[in-house]
Ligand binder design. Structure first.
Ligand SMILES: Cc1ncc(COP(=O)(O)O)c(C=O)c1O
Length: 475
């Protein structure tokens, strides 16, 4: 076989990548192409004949780029989406070049050791107990799924029920006590696990979305059966963090397993300044978090951590005669995540941590929080209502229509803003009110990005008000 020409397609990809990344700071953040445009550009019949790889890459890039959301821009504030730091992005490229199957040590020894090292760094960075085991999963959803699968198996095992053999049919019901403000991926994980959302006992939240501790105590007192408590570090709306220490102590007194959904908020534990907000989080039994959020590793990259490595491995492990299982203490990654074969996600996580270092990660988290505060201060000074206490990187705002409909006005401001392209943010409903969510999660966001975005927001608010006045709806 002739030597393949790697240079042409990779060179084309590199040139497109550089043009994209260099243009990112000034690129409109919203997408210009319509669904029809994209289907026209990318659809068509099944190609009958081959095409040279560099032509495929060039055509793909040209057709795709108008439909790419510039979510790694410093002015993308939608959902909770991190960017990609240069080291993490480059390591992610190499991950595809090396194309390791990170299931077993024997399939990729370096990938295994990189995960081992990155795991130890993470545990130290977050101040979690040693030994804590770590699985590299696709995101917060699968991290919650993995942790809850481990928790259910463990709390039932403790009372003599063997989930591995007998499943959940006829098992004592496991209660899962959660805050009302939990993320939907907890419910979805319970559905996927066959637990059903009927296993949920929802505890009321306070005005910021934090679990109310006396209500948790009451729920725990309601039964002495197998119980899991899910706390949350970082409400997707307000950024609020549940009172971790009190929750862990109460739950453990009742023999419950404590899982923390810290998809983004747990990164605050890396900051000595912010860590007190999470005091006691190290006493939980398992944690879910995302490297593709605040660590700014390219998608997809989630992390599940467990203070009980044997229970973690028992829940996830798989054996087969054709597999070569590690026997000398090497890490077989499939013992820690639900996948069998998978991408070697550890390389990008390792590179992100190596490039930033502990102080760089703390700085990234603190800077995002300071910029969120700047958003809140600037918008508040301009007469916009800030609905949350800005404790982390999330800001929730609402626009007031003088004598008019605040919900309609808020939604219209958001529509205009999403069209405008200076920045992008998403909407939500908070305590029955329409609101705009601002999430500052990108390493490259600076004060100028915030100020330009505030100016765009206020211009859209003025335009929406003018529209409403013209339509006879005061704003
Ligand atoms: C608190 C929380 N949990 C879970 C998730 C789900 O994470 P992912 O989308 O990475 O699966 C999110 C996503 O924003 C989140 O904020």
């Amino acid at each position: 076989m002739d030597r393949p020409d790697w240079k042409a397609p990779l060179g084309t990809a590199f040139n497109h990548a550089m043009a994209y990344l260099d243009g990112l700071p000034e690129r409109p953040v919203s997408v210009r192409a319509s669904l029809t445009d994209l289907r026209t550009a990318l659809g068509g019949p099944l190609p009958a004949r081959p095409l040279p790889p560099d032509q495929v890459v060039a055509a793909l890039a040209a057709a795709v780029e108008p439909g790419v959301v510039a979510s790694s821009s410093g002015r993308y504030f939608g959902f909770v989406v991190g960017g990609a730091t240069p080291a993490a992005l480059a390591a992610d490229w190499l991950t595809s070049v090396w194309d390791q199957n990170a299931g077993l040590y024997v399939l990729g020894p370096a990938a295994s050791v990189v995960e081992e090292t990155a795991s130890a760094w993470l545990v130290e960075l977050l101040g979690l107990p040693a030994p804590t085991s770590v699985g590299f999963v696709t995101g917060g959803q699968m991290a919650n799924f993995t942790a809850l699968a481990t928790a259910v198996r463990d709390v039932l095992h403790r009372i003599g029920w063997d989930v591995d053999t007998d499943g959940l049919w006829g098992a004592p019901r496991v209660r899962v006590i959660v805050g009302e403000g939990r993320h939907g991926t907890i419910d979805r994980a319970l559905r996927l696990l066959g637990m059903g959302t009927g296993s949920i006992v929802a505890v009321p939240m306070d005005g910021q979305g934090r679990m109310i501790v006396p209500a948790l105590a009451q729920a725990l007192a309601g039964s002495d059966g197998p119980t899991i408590v899910c706390a949350q570090a970082g409400s997707v709306n307000t950024g609020a963090i549940d009172p971790m220490g009190e929750i862990c102590d109460l739950a453990h007194r009742s023999g419950a397993w404590v899982h923390v959904d810290g998809a983004f908020g747990l990164w605050a534990a890396a900051s000595p300044r912010l860590r007190p907000m999470l005091a006691g989080v190290e006493r939980a039994d398992s944690w879910a978090m995302d490297a593709h959020k605040w660590l700014n590793v390219p998608y997809d990259s989630g992390l599940v951590l467990c203070a009980h490595p044997a229970a973690h491995r028992a829940a996830m492990g798989v054996r087969a005669s054709y597999l070569v299982h590690a026997e000398g203490g090497e890490r077989d990654a499939l013992e820690y995540n639900p996948e069998h074969s998978r991408r070697a996600r550890g390389f990008a996580v390792y590179a992100a941590i190596r490039a930033l270092g502990g102080t760089g990660i703390a700085d990234l988290v603190e800077r995002s929080c300071a910029l969120a505060r700047r958003f809140a201060d600037r918008l508040s000074a301009a007469g916009v209502e800030v609905l949350n206490e800005v404790v982390l990187n999330q800001v929730l705002v609402r626009f007031h229509a003088a004598g008019g409909d605040h919900d309609a006005y808020t939604r219209r401001v958001l529509d205009l803003l999403q069209d405008d392209g200076t920045c992008w943010m998403s909407g939500t409903t908070w305590n029955g009110m329409a609101a705009v969510r601002i999430s500052v999660s990108n390493w490259s966001t600076d004060q100028d990005d915030v100020d330009r975005s505030v100016a765009a927001i206020m211009a859209c608010a003025a335009n929406a008000a003018a529209e409403m006045r013209a339509g006879g709806r005061l704003a």
